[in-house]
Each structure stands twice: as C-alpha cells, then as structure tokens.
Design a protein around this ligand. Sequence first.
Ligand code: FAD
Length: 403
Amino acid sequence: MHVVALPDRIDVVVVGGGVSGASTAYFLGRLGLDVLVLERRDDVGTLTTPRSFGSLRTQFGSRALIELATEGVDFYRSATDHFDAADAAALDFRQPGYLYLTPEPDHVARLAAALDEYVALGISSSTLLDRDELHDRFPLAAGGAVAGIHHAEGGWIDPAAVTGAFVRAAEATGRATFVAGTAVTALLRGAGGAVTGVATSGGVVATDRVVDCAGPFANELLGALPEPLPITSTPRYRAFLPCDVDGLTDAPFTINTANGAYWRPVDGGLWISHANVADRPREPLHEVQVPGDFVVDTLAMLAPVSPFLADLAGTPPSEVVAVGGQPCYTPDDAPLIGAVDEVPGLWVDVGHWAGVMLAPGSGRLTAELVAGVRDEADNPFRPGRFADGPVEKSSTNKFGGWG
Ligand SMILES: Cc1cc2nc3c(=O)[nH]c(=O)nc-3n(C[C@H](O)[C@H](O)[C@H](O)COP(=O)(O)OP(=O)(O)OC[C@H]3O[C@@H](n4cnc5c(N)ncnc54)[C@H](O)[C@@H]3O)c2cc1C
C-alpha cells in the first residue's frame, strides 16, 4: 500500500477496500488478473468491517447461502492455507458455537420448529437443550434461560484483522495493488455503455472491468442505472465492556431470541449488541453515532438469559467503547454478487449484512465471474434476480434475533 502513482491501465479496478474488496482482490490475483483496489479512506478496512462482531455461522434459510457461509467457516478454520502464519494467528479463529436462548417457556416450541427447518436444509450441527442441560454446559451464558439451541459450527474471528490478512494475501499473489486515500469518483463508459475506466481523485485509470465493493456506498457510482441497486443500510452498534468473570473466555456467541440482543467474549471483556427494531435504514454515513442509551438498553435485554450481565450496568462510561456501522440489506437479505446487466464490464459484491463470514465465498465467486471462469447462469446471487418474481427472506436466523 505504498504506491502513489496509479497505473494508466489495469485488468480490474475494485472500488472499496473493506473485507469484500480485499477478498475479491485476493481471488482475482489467484486467477491471474492484475487488480487495483482503490479505497477512499486513509486506510483499508476502516469503515464497516472492523466494527462488526466477526461472527460466523452456517445456519441460513437457503442452500446457496448455507454453502457460502460454510465456505467462510472452512476458509477461516484453515486460514494458514491462504494467509501467512502471523495473519492467520491474528484472525484468532474460535468455534465455541452459537447459543440461541429463550427465557420464555412459550418460545420453546418455536425454537424446536426452527431447528427442524434447519435440519431439513441439511444443517445437523445444532442441538435443542433444556434448562438443566443449558445450565450444566453454559452456566455463565445461560443462567436465566429455559431452553436453547447450541449451533456447534458457530464462532468468530477478529474483524479488525481480517481485511489486512486478505490484503497481504492478495499482494502475495503478485497481482494486486491497494491504494488508500483515493476515491473513485465516476465510472467511465464508452460504446454501448460499457465500462472503459474510472475517474478517481488521483486521475483516470483505464480498465474494462470494475467491481463495486463499496459497502453502504454501493449505489453512489451507479447513477447510470435506471434504478439503484436494492440495498438499504441500517445503523448497528457494538459496545465493549471490560469484564473478567470465571468462564467468560470459553463462552459461546449468545443470543436472547426473545428480543434479538447478543454478546460474545473478546479479549479483556465482552461485546454486546442488539438489532433494535427502531433502527431504520439511513442514507450511507461516514460516521455512525451510537445512541446514548445503547449500552444500558442492551444489558437490560440480555440480563434475562445471562444474568451476570446485569452487574455490568454500573460500568463507568469511560471504560465502555461503543462503535457503529451500517450493514447492508437486500429484499431477500442475501448479498448481490455478479454482473450488473445494464452496464457491461461492471460487477458488484455488495449488500452484505454478514459480509465478514461470507467474504471468502463472495470474493471467490465474484472473482470467478469477473474472470469468466464461471457462468452468471450458475450464480444464485445475481443482482438482477429480483426480476424473477416474489422474494423470500433467506438469511436472517430462524430462531429469532439478528446475529
Ligand atoms: C455492529 C455490527 C456487527 C456486525 N456483525 C457481523 C458479524 O458478526 N458477522 C458478519 O459477517 N458481519 C457482521 N457485520 C456486517 C459486516 O461488518 C459487513 O457486512 C461487512 O463488513 C461489509 O464489508 P464490505 O467490504 O462489503 O463493506 P465496508 O467494510 O463498508 O467497506 C467498503 C469500503 O468501500 C469504500 N468506498 C466506498 N465508496 C468508495 C469510493 N467511491 N471510492 C473508494 N472507496 C470507496 C469505503 O470507504 C469502505 O472502506 C456487522 C456490522 C456491524 C456494524
């Protein structure tokens, strides 16, 4: 990332240096294409990606997403196959599972029914646990729950480390160059509307292939489309609270399915969040402000299943670190990956609300489509798929809650 002068021409320009752009560049490099990734912020991996929980799971409502998410878990589990030893270690892959809990007896039948739906989709790594089993196996996380599902494939990586790992792996292919502090300001198009290059804050770069990986800003460059891509971006927040109670470091990713609040351990304490139904989509934001009542509200939502968290309500605000970002959503909650039909030479890898866990698969798929080694007809994430008819939500979890 020390290049200042931009090349006059390149095989592929990737717009955006979050985890999606970095993963796409890695796989493009492996396919032998020269790729330039342009990031307008001062450094790559500084917008949405590092503010995430970095959580991974394989439960989704469609087989295509299950396959993409499973590819992500397998990739991060065997990170040394792709990243150098230091980057693989920094990812800190852990797999203590996801624990979907309910404090409400009325919800148990709903959890059991959702589990059956996942089993029918071929996901057999989840188990329904009653109160005694929960309290025996997860005394800290599940102290207030009456029932829960443990999804053994669930886990997490460090979201602050993942983009850099992909960047260095991409550079190691000898084909990828990352330039931060340089904004793509326009797509340049020629005969038939086909892409001929990009205008940037550092000059023009000629190319006949551009991949939009701009996260919440995905539509900014696409003014030429008759309709913007169907993406919304909704503020979500994460707060770190210091904590050192016994058993914390081994706890799973824990969700109160009654209200969508969740937490997981992290070095020196834990991260908490909830998918507040009051949060509505917003225009893309460069900085997301965290509401003042976020920490108190989230702890109150989590305490019914994990009562030890009530004690953290008195944490001095000076010890709490809260951040916000904007995951993106689409009409079926699955990402948009592939060619934009209206603009020859333009591909997207956007619309991610779970972009960290999906990045290995989405980057690989995007690169294969751009390189022409995979046919768009085989691509279930085509951006144009909504013209095919009514859509179903396929990726939010069936147990309740957002995580
Ligand atoms: C609180 C929270 C919790 C989350 N938890 C999880 C989780 O547990 N697991 C999970 O998988 N996901 C989670 N997510 C979602 C995840 O963070 C995103 O889906 C993912 O980071 C998207 O990555 P991206 O590369 O597509 O976008 P971004 O990280 O937003 O990167 C896009 C980049 O494009 C750049 N850019 C935009 N326009 C231009 C331009 N014109 N020129 C140059 N550069 C441009 C931006 O500056 C930015 O760096 C969470 C998100 C939040 C906020």
